[in-house]
Design a protein around this ligand. Sequence first.
Ligand SMILES: [Zn+2]
Length: 277
Amino acid sequence: MLQKRKNTFLFIVALLLGLLFLVIIFFNSHQKLTEVDFLDVGQGDAALIKIAKGKTILIDGGPDNLVLKRLGENLPFFKRKIDLVILSHSHDDHVIGLLEILYRYKIDTIIYVDDVNKTEFLAELLKEARVRGVNLINLKNEAKINYSASCSLFLLNPAALSVSEDDNNSIVVKLDCDGLRAIFSGDNSLAVEKALLATGYDWSVEIMKASHHGSKTSNGEAFLRAVKPKIFVISAGANNRFNHPHEEVLDRVKSLNIDIKRTDIEGTIKVFGASKS
Ligand SMILES: [Zn+2]
């Protein structure tokens, strides 16, 4: 009888310790600062935005399923939901990883563009998303999403600017959230950069994702001077066959005293916002 009581007591203590352990893990993994993780997905793009005490957003899904490993490394193990996925354009190095993400995570909304690429893969992705009840938004012009008084996301489809159709044209995203400002311009070329400048919008941010993996057909001096980033993040694969990033771009960025960070050299790159009261 005494032994049975002792066993019950030990069981309850073990249960309480287990619960305490889970509570500690949960609160330690709670997102305290807004954060952007430029995921190391090889030759492609995938950027994870974690808003402080708020939503999780993914811009692009990289060229293959390596993105799943990177999401696992950069999200708490119990986090199986991505609130918003933005597909900048439907080139393989931005879209392929998204299908497997769709199978494994609960996605609320996908914002995409019905661009000139119109790959079969995109059609398959959208079909699977519909089956799962994902809210699909085909962005025609621009949109602003306000997460709080100090946190918003602005999106713009270059097609709204009457630039000529180019299969690199990508949704532009500007994050302005709790002191963290960043711009993601997909694979946009110099022509789109020129059109963005002509809008007169404020594109200035501290963090700029290099357009088109640091290609010299993007990242022009006029755009860099308008964006005025402190950090230029290049998402590219080591020894990639496109020779991204281009030396000319690296020299241009350095001459403007902007720091360069590269996923092909440093792996996943993390930047953080200010603390929120
Ligand atoms: Zn690309």
